[in-house]
Design a protein around this ligand. Structure first.
Ligand SMILES: Cc1cc2nc3c(=O)[nH]c(=O)nc-3n(C[C@H](O)[C@H](O)[C@H](O)COP(=O)(O)OP(=O)(O)OC[C@H]3O[C@@H](n4cnc5c(N)ncnc54)[C@H](O)[C@@H]3O)c2cc1C
Ligand code: FES
Ligand code: FES
Length: 493
C-alpha cells in the first residue's frame, strides 16, 4: 500500500499535501502555505525555540504532546500526527490556561519568543509532570530563549498553569484525535514526488531496502536535528529524502538483564528513561543533550550515524562496549561501535546500508561509570570535551578500563594508553590517577577551534581522568561536582 501525500491533522481535519519541495520545513508550510504566522522564525537552527510547535501523536495507545522546532523539522516528519500551533490554543471561551498565566504574570514584552514559550509550556502541561518545580520547568524551557522579559515571570506562569489538574479542550477531544490518527495506516509507504526529487517514508524495512537499493544517493533522515541544518544553514539542495519515522520495527527498545537495544528511530526522549536507569551520570548527560525540542525529534542512532567528533552518545557507548547493527537489503552485519568511526566524518557504512539498531552492554556490579560533558553553557550546548569512563574495580585494583573521549580527535576515540596506564594499579593510589592523566598526552593531539583551544582541551581531559578515578576511589562528589556543591550550599542556607 502506498500514498503520494504527506498527511496530518490540523484542528481535527485531515490535511493532504503533495507537490511540495521535499526539503520544505514545517515552519515554512505553516507560515507560507497556511499563513499561520503566529509561529516565528528566530535562528532557523533549533537553538532559540521561537518556532516551537507541538506534534500530538499516539505512543503506546496514548496521545502524547511533543514540542519540536518547526524550523528544522521537515514537513514530511509531521506525517501521521496532529500539528498544533499557537493559533490553536485559544477557544471561544478564552485564552488557554498557559496563555492566561503568561498575561497575568507579565511573561511577555516584545513577544517574539512568546508563541514558542507558550507552546513549550502547553506541552509541559500535557506531560502531567508528577512534581512541577523550577528544575522541571527550566528543563522544559532550556530550548526557548527570551531576550526581554527575564525568566522569572515565565517560570511563575508555568508554576501557575502547568500543574496536572487543568484539563483543556485538547483533553476533551483526545478520543476523537486518537481515532483520526489511527486512519494513517501503519505499514503504508509514503512516496511524494518522482524518481529524481522525492520525500519518501517507507512503512517497512523491506520498502526501505528497496528504496536505498534504487537510490543510494538519497539522504536518510531520522529526526533531522542535523539534516535540518544542512538545509536551513548549509543551503544544501537535497533532492531525495528517505525518512525512517514510519517504520515500526525501527521504533523498538529491547532490554535484557545484560543489554539494552535501541532501534534507529527511537528518540533521545524515548530512550532516556532506560539509559538514565543505568547510571545517574548518563541521566544527566541525556538531560543536557540539546533541549527538550531537540530530544523529542533527534534520535540516538542518528547521533551515531552523523559521525560528529563532538556527538555526546558515541564516547559513552564506546566506553560501555556497544555493538552496531547495519543492514543492507536482508543481510545484516554487526560491528563494535568504535570501529564504525574511521576518520573525520568518514564512517564504516556503505551508501545502501542503514544503521538498524545499537546494543549497549549494561554495567556490571564491579563497573563504575563516570560521564563528563564540558561546555561553555550548562544547557543546550555542544561539548568542547566529553569524557566517558567505565572502570572495573576488584579488590581495590583497576581490573579493566574502557575510556573514550569526544572533542579530542577527528572521531570519538578510545584512550588506549590511559587505559593501559591504570589497569592493574590501585584505584586509591594518587600515582595511578596521575599516570592515567599523563598517558592522555600519548592518546590525543586535540585541535583548536571556536569551542576551545588544543591546550584547554588537553588540560580538561587530563583533569577529567583524575576526577573520574578520584570519585571512583571514594573522594566525595561534593568536592568534585559543581551541582553537588551547589546543593550542599542550598541545604546549608
Ligand atoms: C539545537 C541543537 C542542539 C544539539 N545538541 C546536541 C547535543 O547536546 N549533543 C549532541 O551530541 N548533539 C546535539 N545536536 C546534534 C543532533 O541533535 C544529534 O546529532 C542528533 O542525535 C541527530 O539525530 P537525528 O535523528 O536528528 O539525525 P538526522 O539529522 O536525521 O541524521 C543525522 C545523520 O545521520 C544519518 N542517519 C540518521 N539515521 C540513520 C540511520 N538509521 N542509518 C544511516 N544513516 C542515518 C543521516 O543521513 C545524517 O547524515 C544538537 C542539534 C541541535 C539542532
Ligand atoms: S527558529 Fe530558532 S529554534 Fe527554530
Ligand atoms: S519577550 Fe521579547 S524575546 Fe521574549
Amino acid at each position: 500500500m502506498s500514498r503520494a501525500t504527506i498527511s496530518f491533522l490540523r484542528r481535527g481535519k485531515r490535511i493532504d499535501v503533495s507537490d511540495v519541495d521535499p526539503r520544505m520545513t514545517l515552519l515554512e508550510w505553516l507560515r507560507l502555505s497556511e499563513r499561520s504566522t503566529g509561529t516565528k522564525e528566530g535562528c532557523a537552527e533549533g537553538d532559540c525555540g521561537a518556532c516551537t510547535v507541538v506534534l500530538a501523536r499516539e505512543r503506546n495507545g496514548r496521545l502524547v504532546y511533543e514540542p519540536v522546532n518547526a524550523c528544522i523539522l521537515l514537513l514530511g516528519q509531521a506525517d501521521g500526527t496532529e500539528v498544533i500551533s499557537i493559533e490553536d490554543l485559544e477557544t471561544a471561551k478564552g485564552l488557554h490556561p498557559v496563555q492566561e498565566a503568561m498575561v497575568n504574570r507579565h511573561g511577555s514584552q516584545c513577544g517574539y519568543c512568546t508563541p514558542g514559550i507558550v507552546m513549550s509550556l502547553f506541552a509541559l502541561s500535557h506531560a502531567r509532570p508528577e512534581k512541577l518545580d523550577r528544575d522541571v520547568i527550566n528543563d522544559a524551557l532550556a530550548g526557548n530563549l527570551c531576550r526581554c522579559t527575564g525568566y522569572k515571570p515565565i517560570v511563575e506562569s508555568a508554576l501557575d498553569s502547568c500543574s496536572s489538574s487543568l484539563p483543556d479542550h485538547f483533553d476533551a477531544r483526545e478520543g476523537a484525535t486518537l481515532a483520526e490518527l489511527s486512519n494513517f495506516r501503519a505499514g503504508e509507504d509514503v512516496f511524494m514526488g518522482d524518481d529524481s526529487v522525492f520525500f519518501a517514508a517507507p512503512g517497512s524495512e523491506a520498502s526501505l531496502a528497496f528504496l536505498l537499493k534504487s537510490h543510494p544517493d538519497a539522504t536518510i533522515v531520522a529526526g533531522a536535528t542535523d539534516v535540518g541544518l544542512w538545509i536551513t544553514k548549509g543551503l544544501q539542495d537535497l533532492k531525495k529524502i528517505i525518512w525512517l519515522g514510519r517504520i515500526r520495527s525501527l521504533a523498538t527498545i529491547e532490554e535484557s538483564e545484560t543489554s539494552l537495544t535501541i532501534g534507529a528511530s527511537i528518540t533521545h526522549q524515548q530512550a532516556l528513561p532506560r539509559l538514565s536507569s543505568l547510571d545517574p551520570d548518563i541521566g544527566e548527560l541525556g538531560r543536557r543533550f540539546g533541549s527538550t525540542q531537540v530530544r523529542m525529534s533527534g534520535t540516538v542512532v542518528g547521533n551515531i550515524a552523523n559521525g560528529s567528533p563532538i556527538g555526546d552518545w558515541p564516547p559513552l557507548f564506546i566506553a560501555l562496549g556497544a555493538t552496531l547493527e547495519l543492514r543492507e537489503g536482508f543481510s545484516s552485519r554487526k560491528l563494535p561501535l568504535e570501529e564504525f568511526f574511521i576518520a573525520y566524518r568518514k564512517q564504516n557504512r556503505e551508501p545502501q546500508e542503514y544503521l538498524r539498531r545499537i546494543t549497549i552492554q549494561k554495567p556490571g556490579a564491579d563497573d563504575h561509570i563516570r560521564v563528563f560533558k564540558v561546555t561553555k553553557r550548562r544547557d543546550e550546548d555542544i561539548s568542547a570535551v566529553m569524557g566517558a569512563f567505565k572502570i572495573t574495580v576488584k579488590d581495590g585494583l583497576v581490573a579493566d578500563a574502557r575510556i573514550a573521549f569526544g572533542g579530542m580527535a577527528g572521531i570519538p576515540k578510545r584512550a588506549f594508553n590511559t587505559e593501559r596506564a591504570i589497569i592493574g594499579a590501585s584505584i586509591k593510589d594518587i600515582a595511578t590517577w596521575r599516570a592515567g592523566a599523563e598517558a592522555m598526552e600519548r592518546d590525543f593531539e586535540p585541535l583548536s577551534d571556536h569551542r576551545a583551544s588544543a591546550d584547554y582541551r588537553m588540560r580538561v581531559a587530563r583533569n577529567l581522568v583524575i576526577k573520574a578515578l578520584a570519585e571512583i576511589a571514594g573522594v566525595p562528589s561534593s568536592t568534585t561536582r559543581i551541582f553537588a556543591h551547589r546543593e550542599a550550599t542550598h541545604a546549608a542556607e
